[in-house]
Design a protein around this ligand. Structure first.
Ligand code: NAG
Ligand code: NAG
Ligand code: NAG
Length: 470
């Protein structure tokens, strides 16, 4: 909200200065006419001369004000338009605000500062063992729709990566029970083209071998590649954790052309590069939700995974992160709260305000959610933390059935509605809880400042926004 307020303030302020300048300009114009007239009257009394000087001074002053005011105005406009610098050869730290997808940002001085805070990670991974009973979560067996065989009544059937779940199937999928649900990677009938996210068999085999996965992605060259800080990561994790960076061909060639190619084993630093062919969505952000949400599908044998957006560099040991956020809290899904916004309704307003997404699509999504019981935000019983607006750039999860179910459900919302995942998080979580009162997802929403302590934030690479996002 602070962002909104700053935004509203910026221009009215400038306008007042300019209005004042213009009105005084008008006055002085009138004033010079008066003085010309007084010259025609021949004899000048000292009082008149004094008045003339005053007018002259006023005119000069207003010209100065006009120029100064305009300059500031123009500068503010330029700053807000291009506050993401166009050339970013050096990595820039973004302490104060990670909302860097937002290009129209108020000038730096007005942004609220956000800082990291202390996170009580263990000192070392020595002697770290998964606690007994930690995996004492709800168990059921979850299967995934692999292929859709639609009866082609109208010959218009088009296979989709997310499949075509009906509203009834969607409703049933929220029950935590043995079942088969849609969860991406849905193939079409034989003979149809791939629905996308194609991987090399060798990469697939490698990913199947992972027990713990840290992953990230860059599609459409939207970011620079940030290697995890090697010296802060234990040898144990280097040996036992898979660090996988998903890239498309375009990003890979861009990185290579910038002198950052993978080595002969396919690594850039700790990152194992996995190239994704045939992206399932035109919108790169939506495509990015596949590895973000579906790590349990991509790493089918892993017990844990950590997701981080490519705008961040991992600065902490993944096993210590798992111990702190999952084991110690007895949680199966950990994600940080948003640093500013605590209500999904604020998030909706903000998304529209910053033109993050097609307004009609947002309205349709929320009309649907409200009709399905998404509670209206009540400021009166507002407890700032458990508010379910995530800053979803950092997710730590155990691949338990409940956690996997939630991931699939959240992905399905992003597939069906807008790709702004902060918008569907609260609804998905609350509905899952409502429909399984005796089988809660053990969710831990931690403080955003803790996220900031584990990673280093950078701005996105400045690129024109992909089509279809606005
Ligand atoms: C597992 O959790 C249930 C409650 O969810 C509890 O009653 C039970 O004692 C736990 N089992 C162990 C071994 O901790
Ligand atoms: C669910 O599946 C598991 C095995 O995957 C089985 O042991 C269990 O009995 C099933 N539960 C129900 C209610 O069918
Ligand atoms: C916005 O979304 C609506 C409904 O989903 C759609 O009909 C419309 O074409 C979209 N507009 C643009 C510009 O994408």
């Amino acid at each position: 909200m602070a962002l909104l307020r700053n935004y509203g303030e910026l221009f009215p302020e400038r306008r007042i200065i300019i209005d004042a300048a213009f009105s005084s300009f008008g006055k002085s114009d009138h004033g010079s006419k008066v003085s010309r007239r007084s010259r025609r009257f021949g004899r000048i009394i000292n009082k008149h001369r004094l008045l003339r000087w005053i007018f002259l001074l006023l005119a000069l002053f207003s010209i100065f004000l006009t120029i100064y005011g305009l300059k500031n105005f123009v500068q503010a406009k330029i700053e807000s338009k291009f506050s993401t610098p166009l050339d970013l050869p050096v990595e820039r730290n973004l302490q104060e605000d990670s909302f860097s997808e937002n290009v129209e940002k108020p000038p730096k001085s007005k942004r609220r500062k956000h800082f990291p805070c202390e996170v009580g990670l263990l000192q070392s991974v020595d002697g770290l063992v998964e606690p007994k009973n930690y995996m004492n979560f709800t168990w059921f067996s979850l299967d995934y729709v692999d292929r859709e065989e639609k009866t082609m009544e109208n010959n218009l059937f088009e296979p989709r990566f997310g499949g075509h779940p009906t509203l009834e199937e969607r409703e049933n999928s929220f029950y935590a029970k043995n079942q088969t649900i849609h969860c991406g990677f849905v193939k079409g009938p034989p003979g149809y083209p791939s629905t996308g996210f194609d991987l090399d068999e060798k990469d697939r085999a490698y990913m199947s071998s992972c027990k713990v996965a840290v992953s990230s992605c860059i599609f459409g060259s939207s970011d620079f590649l940030r290697r995890p800080t090697s010296r802060l990561i234990s040898q144990y994790s280097k040996d036992n954790v898979c660090f996988v960076m998903f890239l498309d061909d375009q990003t890979l060639s861009k990185l290579s052309s910038e002198g950052n190619p993978p080595d002969e084993r396919g690594y850039i630093g700790l990152w194992k590069v996995v190239v994704v062919e045939n992206l399932p969505y035109e919108d790169m952000r939506r495509t990015g939700k596949v590895p973000k949400f579906l790590s349990h599908r991509l790493f089918p044998n892993s017990r844990y995974s950590i997701w981080l957006d490519s705008k961040m560099r991992l600065n902490s040991d993944p096993m210590l992160i798992i111990e702190y956020f999952l084991w110690r809290r007895k949680a199966e899904y950990a994600i940080s709260n948003h640093y500013d916004r605590h209500s999904v309704w604020e998030e909706v307003l903000q998304n529209k305000r910053l033109n993050k997404y097609n307004h009609t699509a947002i309205d349709e999504q929320f009309k649907f959610y409200e009709s399905d019981g998404l509670p209206k935000f009540e400021p009166s019983n507002h407890n700032p933390l458990p508010s379910y607006v995530p800053e979803g750039s950092f997710i730590v999860r155990a691949h338990t059935p409940m956690s996997n179910l939630f991931s699939c459900l959240w992905f399905n919302e992003v597939d069906r509605f807008t790709s702004r995942d902060q918008l569907s998080f609260a609804y998905t979580y609350l509905k899952l809880r409502r429909m399984n009162p005796d089988r809660p997802l053990q969710l831990y929403m931690f403080k955003d400042c803790e996220r900031r302590a584990l990673v280093k934030l950078f701005r996105h690479r400045a690129v024109p926004s992909p089509p279809g996002t606005a």
